[in-house]
Design a protein around this ligand. Structure first.
Ligand code: A2P
Length: 278
């Protein structure tokens, strides 16, 4: 290619709503996290999600079009970048490709955050429960780094249930980071150490605590292990994010305990959102 040809060559088209990948970390053969640049105009509430994806060629028309899925923003709203936590599905239309992104690559991100796992959808309370399975921990990774979480509640409990031990790494790292990072401590406020409780469990591989969180609540293990009182509608608020069966079962359990489902326009005692599956 001569100098003139290079100058005349059309510039690579800039994708609509493109953001640049800044880092990628693989946790297991099924899970990875990545960070991207944040659009200057993007404001969001911790716990919300955006539509994110890659361009793909339409088989019929041969045209390029975006393939997007809902992804919870895992980073807090004060962060310069955006963080996401994703599964890898080998034949998944998006994640079969997304799992190969590297720093410098572009992804598409629609800057229109929405979602129900927000503080605004809950009435004031004393304890806040974050119930997650698998990648459902993502919105809580945002909320756990938001100062408002610690201002509004006396106690915050994160439960995370996964099949295998390695799938707990992202959450474990997050909690360790929150507990040891001084800058983060300063940002989210003094005294959060005592407020934050972490309860990881596995269901298919041996670990310190085994079992589904639903069963461990029924049996009373959770309360006994953490040395806390059972859930009551007067004091407790909850956010649920995981696979569909888990969401439904836990929702029914909370309803039985007297908690009601809230929304942005009608705050109540708990809220639910389905974790993304490719
Ligand atoms: P289990 O291994 O007993 O199915 P998945 O990877 O399939 O999304 O599951 C993530 C975690 O959620 C697994 O530990 C799984 O337990 C658990 N899980 C699945 N369904 C339910 C449910 N109805 N209630 C509680 N936990 C559930």
């Amino acid at each position: 290619v001569t100098q003139t040809q290079a100058q005349k060559a059309p510039k690579a088209p800039t994708l609509p709503d493109a953001q640049t990948v800044t880092s990628v970390k693989h946790y297991t053969d099924r899970l990875f996290a990545f960070r991207v640049t944040r659009p200057a105009s993007l404001r969001f509430r911790s716990g919300e999600f955006v539509m994110l994806g890659l361009m793909q060629t339409d088989e019929k028309t041969g045209k390029e079009k975006p393939l997007l899925r809902a992804y919870s923003i895992a980073s807090p709203s004060w962060d310069e970048e955006l963080e996401f936590y994703s599964i890898k599905v080998q034949d998944g239309p998006l994640t079969s490709r997304l799992q190969h992104i590297e720093p410098g690559d572009q992804i598409i991100l629609r800057p229109k955050p929405v979602g129900t796992l927000v503080h605004d959808a809950l009435l004031p309370g004393k304890r806040l429960w974050f119930f997650a399975t698998g990648t459902g921990i993502a919105p809580f990774a945002s909320l756990l780094r938001d100062p408002q979480t610690y201002e509004d509640y006396e106690e915050i409990i994160l439960t995370h249930t996964c099949r295998e031990v390695g799938e707990l790494d992202y959450g474990r790292e997050l909690i360790e980071n929150i507990r040891s990072d001084e800058m983060l401590a300063e940002l989210i406020g003094e005294g959060f150490h005592e407020k934050l409780k972490y309860y990881p469990t596995t269901t298919r591989e041996e670990s310190a605590k085994m079992g589904r969180i639903t069963d461990l609540l029924r049996a009373g293990d959770v309360y006994g292990d953490l040395g806390i009182e059972p859930i009551r509608p007067e004091t407790d608020r909850a956010m649920i994010c995981g696979n569909l069966a888990f969401n439904l079962e836990l929702k029914a359990m909370l309803e039985e305990m007297g908690l009601e489902e809230g929304a942005n326009s009608d705050p109540k005692q708990y809220v639910v959102e389905k974790a993304f599956l490719d």
